[in-house]
Design a protein around this ligand. Sequence first.
Ligand SMILES: [Zn+2]
Ligand SMILES: [Zn+2]
Length: 143
Amino acid sequence: MGDLTKNLSRWEFACHCGCGTDNVSPDLVEALQIYRDLAGRPVTIISGCRCLRHNAAVGGEDHSFHIATEEVEGRAGDARVAGLGLREMYELALKVPAFKNGGIGIYPDPDKRFIHLDVRGKKARWGKVRGETVSLEEALRHA
Ligand SMILES: [Zn+2]
Ligand SMILES: [Zn+2]
């Protein structure tokens, strides 16, 4: 049991720098629970909320939807689904309206292999291969 939803807990979304920032958007949590239910498999949150300092330290975009403060809710999660490839993770994300109409990024590098999902409220798609931003389709070809 999670303390946010059936499968998700607040600690999973806390900033990895140890600052304790975990002001995650309920819309994101709800969408990820729907995603988890559709998958029927464990979903690991690789990165949820990031404080401004940690976002900069990991090379995040200045206006990353991972950024959270006391006033701003983190609206992005990087995730992996146990036993699924990136293309399957992507196709599953399209079944969740908040992600279909939100941001989806594909990160196929061997040391990453995760999908970025956010609830920004408008459609955005991209991929990142060896540090270069590419189209989502191009990223899936490397998956
Ligand atoms: Zn932090
Ligand atoms: Zn991300």
